[in-house]
Design a protein around this ligand. Sequence first.
Ligand SMILES: *Cc1c(COP(=O)(O)O)cnc(C)c1O
Length: 350
Amino acid sequence: MNTANFYPGPSRVYSNVPEYIYEAYMQGVMSMNHRSPECMELVSETKMILREKLRIPAAYEIAFTSSATENWEIIAQSLTEKGSFHFYNGAFGQKWFGYADKITKAKGVKFDINDELPQEEVGEEFDVIALTHNETSTGTKVSAARMAQLRSDYPEHIITVDVTSSLGGERIDFDLADYWYASVQKCLGLPAGLGLMILSPAAMEKAYVLSEKGHYNSLVNILENTRHNQTQYTPNVLGIYLLNRTQRISKGIDAINKKLQQRITSYHALVNDLEGIEFLISNEKVRSQTVLTLKCDDPAALRAEAKDHEIILGAGYGDLKPHTFRIANFPAIKGREIDKLMTFLRKKFA
Ligand SMILES: *Cc1c(COP(=O)(O)O)cnc(C)c1O
C-alpha cells in the first residue's frame, strides 16, 4: 500500500492485519462457533489484553457490540431511568442526543468548539450525562481536568462517554466516568464492524436495578453474556481476533500516548511555520490529540492534489467541509507516512 491514509475513520489499519487475517483463516477462526470453548477463550484473552494495554481498572467490565452507534441506543433504553443530559459541539454528539431523544427524555446543550464543556447545571430530572470525549467532526476533546470536575460535581449520575476516536490513542482515566464506548475503525486501526463498551461497577449496578429486558441488546443480556465471554448474537469473531493480535503486540497506551503527543508537537510546529493553513481549534486545551482539523482556502483542491501524491486527507465534516480538512493522528500511521505528508504541506504552503 503506497497511499498514506490520514482519513479519521475508517482509517489506516495496522500493517500486519493481512497477515493476521490469513492466520485467522488457517486456524479456523472465521468459522468458529461463538459458544465454543475456543471462542470463549479468545474473548476472555482479548478482554485481558485490552485491560492490560489500555489500563482498564480491574473492577470495570468489557463487552463487545456491533458498532459505537449501537451504544447510543443501549444507553437510552437500558441505563436511563429519568433522562439523559447531552453536551455536544459537533455532529457525533448531536446525533447521539437525537437518538436518545427518540427513546427517552433527553436534553442537549450545545457549546462552542473553542470552549470547555459548559458549567450548565444538570438537573435532578436527569440521571445520565452524555459527552463525546473526542469529537471527530470538529477535532476537539474534553480535557481530563474538566472530566475530573464533572465527576466530582455529579458523583451519583451515570456519566457516559463516546471515545470512538480516542480509545487506543489517548490515555484515558476510566475512573472519571461509568460507561465508555468506541468502535475499532478509528484509533484502534482495524476494519469496521466491531464496537466495545467499558463499564464501571456503578453502571452495571444501575443496569441490574433497571433490568430492562425488551431488546436483543438489553444491557443486562450483554452483561450476562460477557461474564461468560459470550455475546447474545453471533459476533464479529474475526474482528475480535484482529483486536487481540494487534493489541497483544502493542507497546501499551502510555507509549502510544507519548508517540502521538510528539507527533502533535511536530504538526503544531509545521502549521505555525506555514502560510494559508491554520488550526480550526485555537484553544489548545480542547484541541484533539487524535483528529486535527485545519482551515484553508480550498480544501477540495488540496485533497485532490494530495491524492495525486498518494496522500489521502480527511474531508471536513458536514458544515465544516467547505473550509476545513482533517488529519488523523492515529497510532497505526507510520512515521514515514507523516514525513511524506509534511513534505507535501511544506511545499504547498511555504
Ligand atoms: C465514527 C464515530 C462514531 C460512529 O462509529 P460507528 O462505528 O459507525 O458506529 C461515533 N462517535 C464518534 C465520535 C465517531 O468518531
